[in-house]
Design a protein around this ligand. Structure first.
Ligand code: SF4
Ligand code: SF4
Length: 532
């Protein structure tokens, strides 16, 4: 049964350049001597190492565990020895370095123990999600969000539609195309596991009409599968973005501040379905992915299964890249990819393409001209934004106003910049504005935290002062009460009593002497003092 399609606003039709990298079958990339594995290859908290330098590891062994709920584990892509844990350049638009585990491979590629989970249909969906979490699976479409979270229907008993995204609308990239052509059964096995986890009623696999071979093969593969349909969508960029594809396949708008699951829809990439199948039915964690290596500077453009941690330079060498000819080296496609600052950065879970273009393919951009308010950017924007207004306010550093114009709804698809006759690098302004707003929010959070700490300290000091005063007051009161009730002579009273006693004794002595004298005067012939 054919699938009814809707349209999303805007979009563009850049040259595709897909054919170059789809002439050869998928193949495994060479095992590199060294694998560099960033602890942060996904959205969320970085993973936490569970190995030390000098440890030997087996293929598939856990080397860093997920830290917190939104995080993903990292596993050894091959056997070898952990030679370092430290900062190395990682794929990032800023060219930054980050914490990585480095494995010196031993060439044996020996697997560790792979769990046998048996029949997944007998496994409770929550346990299934934990297994997918333990396997370190994240969205392989480029976002890198931990998949187990998106496989949780939450408070819903079921979801209506699971969408499998095989659109791959970005020029040059063909890794999903090749995966659908060569591993359709495995993708469908992954879909069935996802449907079990989500209690999903139906699944729609979306394929653009510039991939006729993948469409035909997926249609053949689902011919006897109930509840799965393939939708052939007209090619337009950025149809593969989540909200746009949901609109095209269901007619539903995803809520601006909500999630697709709020409208009963969940979307996963075809590569993620394949990874889920490998994890649950073969006990293999996510240690590799399909990557397109292409561009005018690459002699044998193709798709390869690459172990995570493989340096980009190794991959380019293997595909015969002549970097002397390349003017741009990108990770991702020309619309949403970013320039690589180093060729030693590794392939990570979100790497779908390494693109080395020649000057003929990407003519140097002219200097930007002033905005002529033509409105072409607004017509092209798939999110109904006003890109020229966003640009004006970002340019003027009026960041609060960029938020009024919904800056954070911008998916950075680049359609506006693509059509802009003034060649204004609009997306760079939006990224700059977002980064500034985040920095301001971080500063505000820090200031709030410092103020809270100061207030807490002051409160503690005041409380301790009050407690000390109360203790002293209590002690004083107790002493006075004791004096009154016991009336004990004080230490100063004792000498006074002794003196009084001595006076009394002297008085008694004098009286006794006087009495004796009176008695002797009354007896004649007797000397008064007893003398002879
Ligand atoms: S397309 Fe360029 S020139 Fe035209 S309104 Fe938008 S920013 Fe201005
Ligand atoms: S980059 Fe942002 S503003 Fe420009 S077209 Fe895409 S979503 Fe709209």
């Amino acid at each position: 049964m054919s699938v009814r399609l809707w349209r999303f606003n805007g979009g563009v039709h850049p040259p595709q350049h897909k054919a170059e990298s789809t002439t050869e079958a998928l193949r495994a990339a060479r095992l590199p001597k060294r694998l560099i594995l960033p602890l942060h290859q996904h959205i969320g908290e970085a993973a936490e190492p569970v190995v030390n330098i000098g440890d030997t590891v087996l293929k598939g062994q856990l080397i860093a565990r997920a830290k917190g709920y939104v995080s993903a584990a990292v596993h050894a892509p091959s056997s070898g020895t952990v030679s370092d844990i430290g900062d190395y350049p990682v794929p990032h638009p800023s060219g930054m370095s980050a914490s990585c585990i480095v494995i010196q491979t031993d060439g044996e590629d020996r697997w560790g123990e792979r769990p046998d989970y048996g029949d997944y249909t007998q496994i409770d969906p929550s346990h299934l999600r934990n297994m997918i979490r333990d396997a370190g699976i994240v969205g392989l479409g480029g976002a890198g969000f931990p998949s187990f979270i998106k496989l949780n229907p939450g408070s819903r008993k079921h979801i209506d539609t699971l969408i499998l995204n095989g659109v791959e609308c970005e020029p040059y990239i063909t890794c999903d195309d090749m995966l659908m052509r060569e591993r359709p059964r495995e993708i469908i096995a992954g879909i069935r596991i996802m449907q079990h986890a989500l209690h999903a009623r139906e699944c729609l696999i979306a394929v653009e009409d510039n991939k006729p071979a993948a469409y035909r093969i997926m249609c053949e593969a689902i011919a006897k599968e109930a509840g799965i349909r393939v939708a052939l969508c007209p090619t337009i960029y950025p149809q593969g973005s989540e909200k746009q594809l949901i609109k095209v396949l269901t007619g539903k708008e995803s809520p601006s501040n909500g999630l697709p699951i709020d409208i009963g829809v969940v979307l996963h990439n075809v590569g993620t379905a394949y990874a889920v199948h490998r994890a649950i039915q073969h006990g293999e964690p996510l240690i590799s992915r399909t990557v397109t290596v292409t561009g005018g500077a690459v002699a044998q453009p193709r798709n390869v299964d690459v172990l995570f941690g493989t340096p980009v330079i190794d991959l380019l060498d293997e595909c015969g890249a002549d970097l002397g000819q390349a003017d741009r080296l990108l990770m991702g496609g020309p619309m949403m990819g970013f320039a690589l600052h180093s060729m030693n950065v590794p392939v990570i879970k979100t790497t779908n393409c390494v693109l080395a273009t020649t000057p003929a393919q990407t003519p140097a951009p002219r200097d930007a001209l002033p905005c002529i308010r033509c409105g072409a950017c607004m017509d092209a924007c798939p999110v109904h934004l006003l890109p020229q207004q966003l640009y004006w306010h970002a340019h003027a550093k009026e960041f609060d106003k960029t938020q009024t114009y919904n800056l954070f709804d911008c998916i950075e698809c680049g359609c506006c910049a693509y059509v802009c006759p003034s060649q204004i690098p609009l997306v760079q302004y939006y990224r700059y504005a977002k980064a500034e707003i985040w920095a301001q929010e971080r500063d505000k959070e820090k200031a709030d935290l410092a103020r809270k700490r100061h207030d807490f300290r002051q409160e503690r000091i005041e409380r301790e002062k009050a407690e000390r005063a109360a203790r002293l007051h209590k002690k004083k009161t107790e002493t006075v009460t004791a004096d009154k009730t016991e009336a004990k002579p004080s230490a100063g009273d004792e000498p006074k009593a002794a003196i009084l006693a001595a006076i009394e004794r002297a008085k008694a002595k004098r009286e006794a002497a006087a009495t004796a004298a009176e008695s002797s005067e009354e007896k004649p012939g007797q000397p008064p003092d007893g003398g002879t």
